[in-house]
Ligand binder design. Structure first.
Ligand code: DGJ
Length: 726
């Protein structure tokens, strides 16, 4: 059983294969107990009294006649108003203007499997794969009922948490802050790892010590963003990629978020994640409920790579859905970097022909096929084919591509509206805006008000017309600006601070409608590259365009950071032309291919302009990719050398049954008299023997202790090593 309630001690035990998470009832409120390696139920147990430590906090507040101050206790779901002055998980305002809450235990249930979250992305599990604990808490003064949901998975080392709020009283409740998870860890001996970046530079690794006070990573941009990722890890100072403790949280949500750690006087690190409470308020009328999105939580003693393997296993088995969740996806060729907006049918067909000759499976037509879109300045919202470019329409082009033996895919940016568009001229009030304020543009575009269901349905209708009229096998859903001027004139004054979350609910509604209406279409998420690369997005689109930066050296960093939480097959990864259009760097075709093959592989260039020698490299890369993708896309990741630490990057993948190993090794710059760099493999059977492609035999212990020896003789050198167990 994954979840056990010990009646005597009043402790809840949540077990995954190798970890446990424990909390319990102390009087009528909840205290946190433990999160770490597997723990058997304590018996007999002193209960939580030993956890409810009282330090000499002279300013501590407690109930009359009691010495217990909650400010010094490890709380399971801290609320504002109970004398805990640290970052609360929950803060609400009531009709009388008061802002204090007390959440007392009412009851709990344990059910097999996992319920879905209405309108939100969430992990799923069958009855045999998980158990869910639903804890009901209630505020004695108001009609507020809070349900804490915990799912413990029996096949992966992960638990998920979410929160449901119900207003069972007669008065309005304003939710001002609602974290989906908050854990009080009994130590400050941690470093926080976050992923920061910007356009074309997503998910860099930042590792910093924590201390007393709050460190927050968040997005207020209306999407999860390239600037901070909805991910946070706490690791020990000695934790490496392959060993040491790592606690990870990843938010299954694509909008504004906050993730943080608050260190206090009792040496407690409060790790939290949830909706960003900045500019947030949710008005809950009597009888209404609010569902806060889900947080995935993993713990590993096997370092950062162990943490990543747990996230990868969870997302592969319990988040990514649909036809392409577990089947190989097409190798695609996208025209964007080859043409930008300047193309016609002849050009697209010639690019497609280059792909066909190489063995590409799918041709994707990117931005510029609709309205009067010859540059980024117009036409978003006018999803009608530009006949001057494509005289036979999308259906005609799709047919021609199909006749060539490839599938056809199409780009959309459905959330946006250009001020210079027929749609905007007809509906100037359909964008997110604050009346009377300048509508700030980004890339000459405004954001459609997806908090309005009529707007969502209208846009879906336009998309259905295109999709029903042509043979389309793939959609790239793009989104190219952060959202500001937050306001929806369609909502009353008191609901304006709901707009960012309502926008996300509209976005998810559209994705749910589309993906269920077209189950055979492969969807790829995109936001100016990887500005919405998160677990919420992966629930709808099994892959996401990782970055607009396709330079091989840059991608080493971007893939490394992204892989902290997300599996390689979710990362759209294309070979593009040189010099690179973002950093203007020239790298050999071999390295560009070797970088791209350990993601979701594709091309983004006019292959007809490449030399025969480079085409041969590309052709071989498709073969290598198809040969290694099962191991890379379903196996265990071990990051062996980080691009953030130096010239060498090495990433290893091990087939789940141990039968195959793939190691991708890259060296950026040559150095004179370079010593050998030793790449020691990990996670192998020391007694097993492995054969490389030229027939050399190695023992597992040799590979893990002596390792592969690399020498940095050339700039931009790389190789993909495969080893099969004999
Ligand atoms: C941003 C995306 O990241 C690119 O791949 C491309 O689709 C452009 N938008 C098109 O406008």
């Amino acid at each position: 059983m994954s979840i056990v309630f010990d009646e005597q001690s009043k402790l809840f035990y949540l077990h995954t294969p190798h970890t446990s998470y424990v909390f319990g009832l102390y009087q009528k409120f909840l205290l946190h107990g433990y999160w770490g390696p597997s723990l058997r139920e304590l018996a007999p147990t002193p209960g939580l009294a030993y956890i409810a430590q009282m330090l000499g906090s002279s300013m501590g507040t407690s109930e009359p006649g009691s010495w217990l101050t909650r400010d010094c206790m490890r709380q399971e779901y801290p609320v504002y108003g109970t004398g805990d002055f640290r970052e609360p998980a929950f803060h609400a305002e009531y009709e009388d203007g008061s802002r204090e809450t007390e959440l007392l235990y009412v009851g709990h249930t344990v059910t097999p499997g996992k319920p879905s979250l209405p309108g939100l992305p969430a992990t799923f599990a069958s009855e045999g794969e998980a158990e869910t604990l639903t804890l009901e808490l209630a505020d004695p003064k108001t009609g507020l009922h809070v349900f804490l949901l915990y799912t413990a998975f029996s096949d992966v080392d992960a638990i998920t948490r979410s929160v449901r709020v119900e207003n069972r009283g007669g008065e309005v409740i304003n939710i001002r802050r609602i974290m989906s998870a908050s854990v009080d860890l009994p130590s400050l001996d941690f470093e926080a790892i976050s992923l920061f970046g910007g356009w074309a530079n997503e998910r860099n690794l930042q590792r910093q010590p924590i201390g007393r006070g709050d460190i927050t990573f968040d997005s207020k941009r209306g999407h999860s963003s390239a600037h901070q990722s909805p991910f946070l890890a706490l690791v020990r100072p000695e934790t490496t990629e392959l060993s040491g403790e790592a606690y990870g949280m990843s938010f299954i949500y694509s909008g504004n978020f906050a993730a943080g750690v608050y260190g206090d006087i009792t040496h407690t690190a409060r790790m939290y994640m949830g909706l960003n409470s900045f500019d947030f308020n949710w008005r809950l009328e009597p009888g209404e409920r609010f569902d806060a999105p889900e947080v995935a939580m993993v713990y590993s003693t096997e370092g950062l790579s162990g943490m990543s393997r747990n996230f990868h296993d969870l997302y592969r088995a319990h988040l990514v859905r649909g036809k392409y969740a577990h089947s190989p996806r097409p190798v695609l060729l996208n025209n964007w970097e080859a043409t930008n907006f300047t193309f016609d049918e002849e050009k697209i067909l010639s690019i497609a022909e280059g792909g066909r000759a190489l063995g590409v499976d799918l041709m994707v037509l990117d931005d510029g096929w609709f309205g009067k879109r010859d540059d980024p300045k117009s036409s978003l919202g006018d999803w009608y084919v530009a006949k001057n470019k494509l005289p036979d329409g999308i259906d005609g082009l799709a047919l021609k591509i199909e006749k060539m033996g490839m599938k056809f895919g199409l780009w959309f940016e459905p959330e946006m509206i250009s001020p210079d568009s027929d749609l905007y001229r007809a509906h100037p009030d359909w964008c997110i805006h604050t009346p009377g304020r300048t509508r700030l543009e980004s890339r000459w575009q405004l954001t459609l008000d997806l908090s309005r269901r009529d707007v969502c349905d209208y846009m879906l209708g336009l998309m259905y017309r295109v999709l029903d009229g042509a043979k389309i096998s793939y959609i790239k859903w793009d989104m190219n600006r952060s959202i500001c001027n937050i306001g929806s004139p369609a909502l009353p004054r008191e609901r304006q601070a709901e707009v960012p979350h309502r926008y996300m609910l509209g976005y998810y509604y559209m994705l749910e409608q589309l993906t269920s209406r077209y189950p055979d279409i492969l969807f790829e998420g995109c936001a100016s590259g990887g500005a919405r690369f998160d677990a919420g997005q992966l629930y709808y689109t099994p892959q996401i365009w990782t970055s607009d930066d396709t330079d091989a050296v840059e991608r080493l960093h971007i893939h490394y950071g992204t892989s902290l939480a997300f599996p390689p097959e979710t990362q759209g990864s294309h070979v593009s032309a040189c010099p690179n259009c973002v950093v203007h760097r020239n790298t050999p075709m071999k390295m560009r291919c070797d970088v791209a093959v350990i993601g979701q592989f594709g091309f983004e260039l006019d292959l007809t302009r490449e030399s025969e020698a480079d085409l041969a490299v590309c052709r071989q890369a498709i073969e290598i990719y198809k040969d290694i993708r099962h191991t890379v896309h379903t196996g265990d990741i071990y990051r062996l050398a980080s691009p953030f630490d130096g010239n060498f990057t090495a990433v290893q993948f091990v087939e789940k049954d141990g039968s195959r190993i793939v190691v991708a090794i890259y060296n950026v710059l040559a150095t004179p008299n370079a010593p050998f760099t030793v790449i020691r493999l990990a996670g192998l059977d020391p007694d097993a023997r492995y054969r490389d492609v030229v027939g050399n035999l190695y023992s597992g212990s040799y590979l893990m202790n002596v390792g592969l020896h690399e020498c940095a003789r050339n700039d931009f050198s790389s190789r993909i090593v495969t080893l099969d167990r004999v």
